[in-house]
Design a protein around this ligand. Sequence first.
Ligand code: ZN
Ligand code: ZN
Length: 254
Amino acid sequence: MIRIVFLGTGAGSPSLSRWALSTAIVYDSLIGLLDCGEGCQIRLQQRGISPLKIRFVAVTHLHGDHVIGLLPLLQTMTLFNRKDMLEIIGPKDLKDLVELFMKISRHKTSFNIIYKDPLEKISYNDKIFIKGFETCHTIESYGYLIEIKYKKDLFKICFTGDTGPCENVVMNCKDVDILIHDATFLSEHRDEASASGHSTVEDAAKTALEANVKKLYLTHISSRYNDEKKILGEAKKVFKESYLANDLDEIIIF
Ligand SMILES: [Zn+2]
Ligand SMILES: [Zn+2]
């Protein structure tokens, strides 16, 4: 079975219902994580996903709500005596972050970590292909295009992480089956969205329309909003095939 699991769908400040950002791509026993915000390993447990089977972690950028969950996840993998190599894809400073943490906590992983450039196209078992592209945020930041090969089909997913409205996202997410897009704010907080390098729900829907994607999933939702109908309504006005991602939701692809 191939599925997308939304582990966390919250923004900078998580809430009880929306934890920090993290999404899993599960292709039978081949598993990849897109971002790993605070608490992601607990969400993995809740969905029965073993940390030992995670083959790669692709981090969009180094804001805490996207990466801080990686450090305790690496510790857990070591406690479980993981031996398989792990690939970590992300900005260059990510290696420094992990290594500094290992150094000051006098910790050593039980497995090798290989760090990968986000702009390199990487294949996993000729089943999952991933390649990053730059997004429009306040620091170095990447979205990821994931192609999933199953029999004769090629299913495409685009995951933006944090971004304001961004021509590079439209270009790289052209015609994908599923676009998972930053939708931190409602239009009433448009100024705040621009100032912080984020998108409104409407921005995300416009990107989906321009990129001609099949389905849009809104994520990275600010904890200040609890009216889901309002969020979805704003998106559907622009792009009909809009859906709101919630923590622990799953999409079965094949
Ligand atoms: Zn964020
Ligand atoms: Zn950010």
